[in-house]
Write a protein that binds this ligand. Structure first.
Ligand SMILES: Nc1nc2c(c(=O)[nH]1)N[C@H]1C(S)=C(S)[C@@H](COP(=O)(O)OP(=O)(O)OC[C@H]3O[C@@H](n4cnc5c(=O)[nH]c(N)nc54)[C@H](O)[C@@H]3O)O[C@H]1N2
Ligand SMILES: Nc1nc2c(c(=O)[nH]1)N[C@H]1C(S)=C(S)[C@@H](COP(=O)(O)OP(=O)(O)OC[C@H]3O[C@@H](n4cnc5c(=O)[nH]c(N)nc54)[C@H](O)[C@@H]3O)O[C@H]1N2
Ligand code: SF4
Ligand SMILES: [Mo]
Length: 743
């Protein structure tokens, strides 16, 4: 007997609604939910493989605890006892900063990962926090923090309505979009063209997305900030700057004009390999379009000038009046956002409130660069204690961060390590305790993060499609217990964590005049919360206090968990709408177009005008049927073009004597790898490309399929020293490498 159940897909940022076929407790099929208010039936090959991902026999079923050097299955009680026993002495002896926390990408794809890590970190009181953000989008957070005073205020392109999209360093036909949650991104690009709009793509590779474009610019990697600065220059020079409705909300336009004066199209052309006429045309097209949006992603963030490029993306939207207008780039308003406060000056955004111990790298958004995790563990010199214990939640930095070999050794030297991970993989194999979450079919789902980045406001929640198997523990409970175990409350009821957060949130809300619950009794409000579990009550709380909420009875038609449960395919909350000045939290209460830290980084960009190292540079790429480091173990998603090959242009291949399919040696500052060459004009001359997340050949892992075609770890070519200085983000694209034919 089979049945169907709804589940929001957690396998990328598009958050498609799926209809699962369930037989017993096994997911045997997945199709797009045609009634989903947001995704309307769209599904990609990864979503279609949900059952295989969910049912992978290599997923751990029980906790593992290290005994006599070996990881063995144990009970949950034994596992949390081991965590408390292993962690507490380190904290008591060396202090909270000696415990590192690493949060990986899948935390943004689980409810547990959205709700509990902040409590864990606050409870520990550690400043040794490292996340996937610093190998990804931290430059965008820093740019938003500086421009708008809020690191999480990230405008997204209004894909459904724009007339002109300039897409930089993003390949949504493979990635399905990022910092822009849009089910069927490919379809939206086709619709843009069908309604007469234009698409320009800047990418050193001729990607599937670039093939859709009206204009593809194969830029030299790492130089987008120069090109975008030159576009800003042209807008000023040709008097195309038109802030429109933004005028009263923006300061610093004249200072910006001065700041970009050196970046003429003629001055940047040699560094970017884009001719001056094309740069002028790009600027004019942007200004001329009725509405337009500039959007940048991985290729604009994980580069030497990541923060400057991310800032310039918004600058161009602002100078052309496209920020905060339909068809441009707008700030979404999610159902679980905080109650919007009245517009006015805020506290602003601070960088560098503390620094890393060894390299003195400034924190950004409370985080230290993931690139320096290894040195924070293995280097004794520096102020304070090294990291001696580690909590890794949904993180595989041995493959995802620079110099995995060094990190591999560093992890082995830790006094104690715990991994919350479904797999025994390159990172979790070092743990003393591995706590495996259940497969996604057994977890509830709501997208706290991605709804704040969605191209349409909407809200959806799916309860577990399959009941928790005997012996399994919900990931929310795992993280709550872990928090208790490391904060000296081992064994307390997990409800204590939920109650604490709910109590604190309500206690604050009743004191704030702008909330709908101002002046009410937190106890009375708490009693009104519904939900079958702590996390559901937590969601109910956020919905009811949020911008569309029922305000605990103040707006009876408003949102609550109960109301959401009546709409299993979600509730549409309408298109993105202009919101300024409300989201601004800068000290001036306006958009600060040329913030000081940005101005201070411009001389570095000026130097890049004349720096042009010889030799090949490396960029990454993603494949539609992949997901970072953890999906190479699913047979239906591997093979074909989803391979760890070194793409190289025919001209470079010929010059270096590299034959298609033959092994080539690639050498970078951090090491050397050997991969099969794929000779293709899909990359421009001077550039080679290797995907990340491969290198599944380390011993002590349980990834039986991935190990049959392990690939190589591209991040071994890095030594961890290349960072975007403002954000601490790793430079993963545009790195110098040497390529030699073998044999
Ligand atoms: N060279 C290069 N390196 C890169 C990138 C690049 O473009 N080039 N991209 C970077 C980017 S953007 C990112 S986000 C990072 C991603 O790198 P990571 O942050 O390491 O994330 P993933 O590899 O997606 O998964 C991490 C771990 O989460 C586990 N996991 C999967 N599902 C769950 C779950 O439901 N719960 C828990 N607790 N764990 C789960 C997986 O088994 C895996 O071990 O890689 C970065 N590294
Ligand atoms: N199928 C699949 N989907 C994914 C993921 C996955 O691993 N597989 N990962 C998810 C994650 S964690 C993220 S963050 C998103 C990322 O989403 P995207 O940013 O869309 O991901 P990529 O496909 O890596 O696209 C980056 C593009 O930047 C180009 N590029 C490299 N260097 C430069 C440069 O200097 N300048 C310019 N202009 N372009 C450059 C690369 O050639 C590449 O085509 O994808 C998410 N979705
Ligand atoms: S596009 Fe992303 S969210 Fe949609 S089905 Fe594919 S993997 Fe899942
Ligand atoms: Mo990412």
């Amino acid at each position: 007997m089979s049945r169907t159940a709804l589940r929001i897909c957690p396998l990328c940022e598009a958050t498609c609604g799926l209809t699962l076929t369930v037989e017993g407790t096994r997911v045997t099929g997945a199709r797009g939910d045609r009634d989903d208010v947001f995704s309307r039936g769209f599904i990609c090959p990864k979503g279609a493989a949900f059952g295989a991902v969910d049912g992978d026999p290599d997923r751990l079923r029980a906790p593992l605890v290290r005994k006599d050097g070996e990881l063995r299955e144990a009970t949950w009680e034994e596992a949390f006892d081991a965590v408390a026993t292993g962690m507490r002495p380190v904290i008591e002896r060396y202090g909270p900063n000696s415990v590192g926390v690493v949060l990986g990408n899948p935390n943004v794809h689980t409810m547990a990962g959205a709700l509990y890590p902040p409590v864990l970190i606050a409870g520990l009181g550690t400043r040794s926090l490292f996340t996937a953000s610093t190998v990804d989008q931290m430059p965008k957070h820093v740019s938003s923090g500086l421009l708008y005073g809020d690191a999480n205020a990230i405008p997204v392109p209004d894909l459904d309505h724009t007339d002109h999209l300039l897409l930089i360093g993003a390949n949504p036909l493979e990635s399905n979009g990022s910092l822009c949650t849009a089910p069927d991104f490919p379809g939206k690009l086709k619709a843009l063209k069908a309604r007469g709009g234009t698409l320009s793509v800047i990418d050193p590779r001729h990607t599937r997305t670039a093939r859709l474009a009206d204009r593809h610019i194969a830029i030299r990697p790492g130089t987008d900030a120069l090109l975008l600065a030159a576009m800003a220059y042209v807008l000023f020079e040709e008097e195309l700057v038109e802030l429109g409705a933004l005028t009263p909300h923006v300061q610093g336009t004249e200072e910006l004009r001065d700041a970009v004066r050196d970046f003429t199209p003629e001055a940047v052309t040699g560094a970017c390999d884009v001719d001056a006429a094309t740069i002028r045309a790009l600027a004019r097209e942007l200004a001329a379009a009725p509405t337009a949006a500039v959007y940048g992603r991985i290729g604009s963030c994980t580069v030497q000038h990541g923060t400057l490029a991310s800032w310039l993306v918004d600058v161009l939207n602002i100078l052309t009046g496209n920020l905060d207008r339909p068809g441009g780039a707008l700030f979404p308003q999610a159902a679980t956002d905080r109650t919007p406060r009245p517009a006015g000056p805020g506290r602003g955004f601070a960088l560098g409130r503390w620094r890393s111990r060894v390299g003195q790298h400034p924190e950004a958004k409370g985080e230290l660069p993931l690139s320096v995790l290894a040195e924070e563990i293995d280097t004794a010199t520096g102020a304070g204690e090294p990291v001696r214990a580690l909590i890794a939640v949904a993180a595989n930095p041995v493959l995802s961060a620079p110099d995995g070999d060094r990190l591999d050794k560093a992890l082995d030297s830790l006094d104690f390590m715990v991994s919350v991970d479904p797999y025994l993989n390159e990172t979790s194999r070092h743990a003393h305790v591995v706590l495996p979450p259940p497969p996604p079919s057994q977890s509830p789902h709501h997208d706290f993060a991605f709804n704040t980045l969605a191209v349409r406001n909407q809200v959806r929640y799916t309860r577990p499609a399959v009941p928790l198997e005997p012996g399994r523990m919900a990931e929310t409970e795992i993280l709550a217990r872990l928090t208790l175990a490391v904060t000296g409350m081992h064994g307390a009821e997990t409800a204590a964590v939920d109650d604490l957060v709910i109590g604190q949130t309500l206690g604050k809300a009743v004191k704030e005049p702008h909330t709908p619950v101002h002046g009410r009794d937190p106890k009375e409000l708490t009693a009104q919360l519904t939900g079958e579990s702590g996390p559901e009550r937590w969601l109910d709380l956020m919905l009811r206090l949020g911008p569309y909420g029922d305000g605990f009875g103040v707006r009876p038609d408003g949102l609550s968990l109960a109301k959401l449960l009546e709409h299993p395919h979600g509730i549409d909350l309408g298109p993105l709408r202009p919101r300024l000045p409300q989201p601004l939290k800068t000290r001036s209460g306006t958009v600060e177009l040329l913030p000081q830290p940005i101005a201070d980084d411009l001389p570095r960009l000026r130097r890049a005008l004349t720096e042009r190292p010889d030799g090949l540079v490396l960029v990454g790429r993603r494949h539609l049927r992949s997901n970072n480091s953890w999906m190479h173990n699913i047979p239906v998603l591997t093979g074909g073009s989803n391979r760890c090959t070194l793409q190289i242009h025919p001209e470079d291949a010929e010059r270096l004597g590299v034959r298609d399919g033959a092994a080539v040696r690639v050498k970078g500052a951090g090491g050397e790898v050997t991969a099969a060459a794929e000779v293709t004009d899909g990359v421009r001359p001077g550039v080679v490309s290797l995907p990340h997340g491969w290198g599944h050949d380390r011993p002590g892992t349980r990834l039986s399929h991935a190990a049959t075609d392990p690939g190589v770890n591209v991040n071994q070519l890095l030594d961890g020293s290349l960072l975007d200085p403002l954000s601490g983000n790793a430079v993963l694209n545009g790195i110098p490498v040497e390529v030699t034919a073998t044999g």
